[in-house]
Design a protein around this ligand. Structure first.
Ligand code: ME8
Length: 536
């Protein structure tokens, strides 16, 4: 059954610090997926948000001398500002401190208690009184010392609720088997089974009593819901599950909706083991896919705040425009694999693909159209098509098919690579056809007219297929092509129909070439940590 409703989510990030390029990566790709589906007529709901509870947030707030709510409110502003700059098209922004979410978490916890899916037990572990935290046997080592402060730890136990995982393991494995694409890339599934399920899954401790920045368990004073149960619930609380108005939930969590969670490799386990179990306990359907994207690495390893090697997105957007950043993230880093960020790759990618290939195709075509036809798209004479015309048009049709199949399979990078391959073919077509030579030959009028006409249709198609990424420049491109708002549809673009008679206007360069050395130096400077800068 082809599903025409599509629900896509990002992880809800911890507002513990300012977001960096790694967070922007996941959100941008999810946005590209959402826009790509909308473009093709799907009814889409795109969710992102923040995971605002937990001990760490409480500690960060205390360190700043503000309340946890004040602290998360401040960081939320920064996230929202960045998402706006990145032009995310999310339909909602869930924050786990919102009342609607808290209500859903409490309703779920209540149902778990009623149905016997959670039980009261005791949590045992090595406890550091100073740090107020539990550690595992391996973490404290043979000397039994706190890995954080080095003080001796003690065995302690506290009352806690546990989720009965054993009840749902078999059915989870069956779901994996019946839905081979549930966890993608597939290697992640093997990892989950071998590392976590086969060795035996312990029941999951789902409440805490050592801190209070969380959703209170109404049935037991002093208990707050474990931050991961709280966080995962966002995917349905945002749709209204357990609330008065659950129409969005009925629509986008129904069997006829495709549900995709996009997550980083670090949180696969929670999304592919515990989340489906919680859903089963609630009697709800499971997501179609958990798509695990790779991590953005720097030369010295994973980009992370604690490593001090983060790149912030704002200065990149400011200098190169949002499309350059979105394009780099989509095209350079294969979705599903780890990728690196280097200034050289960034500048080269933008110059090669956007300035040289796509930008040139547009400029040369509109330039020639201006020269030969006063800017009006020339007529198409199908009877005069030659092998080159047919080849390019066939390639364009095949590209549309490939783009749709790859996009549906979340092979996002590959789908945009296919479009850029069409762009290269169109540039080669110009070289091979040499319209400047046709223009000099009175007997080649129809050939010239065809060439210019076909190129306009190809540019319209490529611009449309790239529009989920190039959110800023695609409309400008359509302006230059002279297309009216109502003409800018996916159906029209993929039909490759003749745009004869449309008056184009060659405007500003959409993607100016970057001065390689200068821009590499600029980005390197952004990446230099405070220490390196001080030493310089
Ligand atoms: O784990 N490269 O939040 P979080 C690519 N609140 N992606 C990166 C990245 C990098 N270097 N660094 C972070 C949490 N990410 C939980 C999630 S969901 C119910 C709760 C992205 O702020 C990546 O998608 O630590 C990763 O999974 C996510 O940020 C983790 O964000």
């Amino acid at each position: 059954m082809e599903k025409k409703k599509f629900y896509v989510t990002t992880p809800i990030y911890y507002p513990s610090a300012k977001p960096h390029l790694g967070h922007a990566y996941c959100s941008t790709l999810a946005d590209v997926v959402a826009r790509g589906k909308r473009l093709r007529g799907y009814e889409v709901y795109f969710l992102t948000g923040l995971d605002e509870h937990g001990e760490k947030i409480q500690e960060n707030a205390a360190a700043k001398g503000v309340s946890p709510q004040e602290f998360v409110d401040g960081v939320a502003e920064i996230f929202l500002k960045l998402w706006k700059a990145l032009r995310l098209s999310n339909d909602d922004f869930i924050r786990t401190t919102q009342e609607r979410h808290v209500k859903t978490v409490q309703a779920i916890f209540h149902k778990f208690i009623e149905d016997g899916d959670v039980y009261l037990g005791s949590y045992k572990g090595w406890y550091c009184v100073h740090e107020e935290s539990y550690w595992t046997e391996t973490q404290v080592g043979p000397e039994h010392l706190c890995p954080d402060c080095g003080r001796p730890v003690e065995q302690k136990s506290e009352e806690a609720y546990f989720f009965n995982c054993g009840k749902y393991v078999d059915s989870l494995l069956k779901y994996y088997d019946a839905n081979p694409k549930f966890i993608t890339p597939v290697g992640r599934k093997t990892e989950m089974i071998n590392n976590f399920i086969k060795p035996g899954l312990n029941d999951l401790c789902v409440t805490r009593t050592t801190f209070d920045w969380g959703v209170p368990v109404l049935e037991k004073e002093g208990h707050v819901v474990y931050v991961w149960l709280d966080a995962l619930t966002n995917y349905i609380s945002a749709l209204g599950y357990g609330q008065e108005d659950h129409s969005l939930f009925d629509k986008f969590w129904g069997e006829d909706s495709e549900i995709v969670h996009i997550v980083g490799a670090d949180i696969t386990r929670f999304h592919t083991i515990y989340w489906p179990m919680f859903l089963e306990a609630l009697g709800l359907r499971k997501p179609d896919r958990v798509f695990v994207h790779g991590l953005l690495m720097m030369k010295d390893g994973k980009m992370s705040k604690s490593k001090g090697n983060v790149v912030y997105v704002e200065p990149l957007i400011e200098r190169y425009g949002v499309d350059a950043v979105r394009y780099f993230l989509t095209r350079e880093i294969v979705f599903g694999m780890d990728g690196t960020f280097t200034p050289e790759q960034f500048v080269e990618r933008i110059n090669n693909d956007l300035a040289n290939d796509f930008g040139n195709l547009l400029n040369r075509t509109l330039g020639m159209l201006g020269k030969y036809y006063g800017g009006t798209v020339s007529a198409r004479y199908e009877e005069a098509y030659d092998a080159l015309d047919k080849e390019l048009l066939n390639k364009a049709k095949a590209t549309v098919k490939e783009y749709e199949i790859l996009n549906d399979d979340l092979k996002v990078t590959e789908s945009y690579a296919a479009v850029m391959d069409l762009v290269s073919s169109a540039n080669k077509y110009i070289q091979d056809k040499a319209p400047w030579a046709l223009a000099k030959d009175e007997t080649k009028k129809k050939e010239l007219s065809n060439a210019m006409n076909i190129l306009c249709s190809i540019i319209f198609l490529a611009g449309t297929l790239l529009s989920p990424v190039l959110v800023d420049k695609a409309p400008e491109l359509f302006d230059q092509l002279g297309l009216k708002e109502e003409e800018r549809t996916y159906e029209k673009a993929i039909s490759l129909e003749s745009l004869e008679g449309t008056l184009t206007h060659k405007g500003n360069l959409l993607f100016p070439r970057l001065e390689t050395e200068k821009e590499i130096a600029f980005i390197k400077d952004l990446m230099a940590g405070p220490k390196e800068k001080a030493a310089a």
